[in-house]
Design a protein around this ligand. Structure first.
Ligand code: ADP
Ligand code: MG
Length: 454
């Protein structure tokens, strides 16, 4: 058996037992480089992989290797930097108090024409069960823009990778030969551009510009809510591009049906292609993402600290990243890696975050906002389906998030009996187990409830 075959056999077995995200993260670019007596030398691409394999997988790898060759006694992991990949050493900061952005990983240049930032690509986008549908749809679009899913509508809470994915598609397509003409526009920017060009009477020029693209990407279209003029203009541009087989990609913090105050015809356009969600990554994926970011930013953080962050910051990826940036600032200023204790101290304010703190008013407000209802309709006694479900959900959340007693919830909802409340909670519980989409909706609402934004 060659080294390669030996290692392939090990990988094949490991792969059966761990998640794809983990596998890709820790085992990519590993190989057996040599063998001396009873020791197998495995080369790994970086210190993370080394530490990780030593601490988490060594026993299992050794067990598998020994079933193939029982003369093997131990494994030694060595870092083997691929020559092409070594980056320049990060610049030494000349001031003590550098903002995180300047720590040797300054923002890459945004292209003026496309508005795309090359830092977002597919290679550094980690895929897991929480985003695989959106990812698969994005990949399909890259293969055949304008053909498979048009539009692609990606929704999910703040900081869960929507912009990253949208931009990755754009970057991939604009690299094409011949290149696709891509335009990425955050919706607030589109709104102000439309408003200005109406004012300046240059709307026709804008139309021409927008309709010249092959791929139009509009981020955060929930901001179209209530913007009638924008919706109208966008509707026509959408139709024009769509009819000519041009790809449209949209994102929002909620599904099309939950965006308030947009016209039905636009809503139905949004829903007409593929609607895919991104939700919260699980612990393993959070860790994989964190590790990926640490490598990108040249941060040398002990695995134990990465695990600590992943276990304790569950809200979204952006927060995870900002925790990492804090450690980086420490690393740059003190010229050393923070210890576990130091890291805990540094992260105290993020981890004991006020985000795990809510109140009944906020729960009610977020539930009604999400379903586009007025707060008080949640308290009315109508049995209309569109009121009943949100009302039951609000009860459920008061119970789950704030440990309200059943009778207290009953009182809050116009003197309902506690058994009615219990029944509502059970129904929601069951629905969440049986209906994946609904449980994702609840996740989204929870994110809103705990988000620090108003
Ligand atoms: P959103 O647009 O959903 O609010 P972003 O795309 O801005 O979120 O993501 C926030 C940060 O988290 C970005 O730096 C992004 O690169 C990172 N991120 C989110 N999801 C992933 C992922 N699956 N893999 C790698 N990085 C991710
Ligand atoms: Mg975004």
């Amino acid at each position: 058996m060659t080294y390669q075959e030996l290692w392939q056999t090990v990988l094949a077995q490991i792969q059966l037992n761990i998640s794809p995200a983990n596998f890709a993260t820790w085992f990519a670019n590993t190989k057996i480089s040599s063998q001396e007596e009873g020791t197998i030398f495995v080369s790994v691409p970086n210190s993370f992989a080394k530490e990780w394999l030593e601490q988490k997988y060594n026993k299992e790898i050794l067990r598998i290797l020994r079933t193939l060759d029982n003369s093997i006694k131990e494994i030694s992991y060595r870092i083997d930097f691929p020559a092409a990949k070594t980056k320049e050493a990060p610049k030494q900061p000349d001031s003590q108090e550098l903002p995180a952005e300047q720590l040797g990983f300054a923002e890459l240049e945004v292209d003026k024409e496309t508005n795309l930032n090359p830092k977002y690509n597919f290679q550094n986008f980690i895929v897991g069960p929480f985003n695989e549908l959106a990812f698969a749809a994005a990949e399909a679009i890259v293969k055949e823009p304008g053909k498979v899913y048009n539009p692609l509508f990606i929704y999910g809470g703040v900081g869960l990778g929507k912009t990253h994915l949208l931009q990755a598609v754009g970057n991939e397509l604009s690299k094409r030969n011949p290149p696709c003409k891509v335009k990425y526009i955050p919706s607030d920017k589109l709104i102000s551009t439309i408003v200005n060009s109406i004012r300046n009477r240059s709307i026709d020029e804008l139309k021409v510009t927008l309709r010249k693209v092959d791929i139009l990407i509009v981020d955060d279209v929930q901001f179209f809510a209530g913007k009638e003029k924008t919706q109208e203009e966008f509707f026509h541009t959408f139709n024009d591009l769509y009819q000519r087989g041009k790809q449209i990609i949209l994102s929002s913090d909620r599904p099309p049906k939950a965006i308030p105050a947009i016209t039905e015809r636009l809503k139905s356009r949004f829903e007409g292609g593929m609607v895919a969600d991104v939700s919260l990554p699980d612990y393993e994926t959070r860790l994989a993402i964190l590790k990926q970011k640490a490598v990108e930013k040249n941060a040398d953080v002990p695995i134990k600290v990465l695990e600590y962050i992943s276990a304790n910051i569950q809200k979204n990826v952006r927060e995870i990243e900002s925790a990492l940036n804090r450690l980086l600032v420490f690393q740059k200023i003190n010229n050393k890696t923070p210890t576990f204790e130091e890291a805990k101290k540094l992260l105290r304010s993020v981890i004991v975050s006020p985000s795990k703190f809510t109140n009944p008013t906020r729960i009610i407000q977020m539930v009604s906002e999400f379903y586009d209802l007025e707060d008080k309709t949640l308290f009315c006694s109508s049995r209309k389906k569109e009121f009943v479900k949100p009302r039951q959900l609000a009860m459920y959340l008061l119970r789950k998030e704030l440990s309200f007693s059943f009778p207290a919830i009953g009182r809050k909802f116009g003197g309902k009996d506690h058994t009615t409340v219990m029944h509502a909670c059970q129904l929601i519980d069951r629905e969440m187990q049986e209906n994946e989409k609904f449980s994702q909706e609840v996740d989204l609402i929870l994110q809103k409830i705990y988000s620090l934004e108003a």
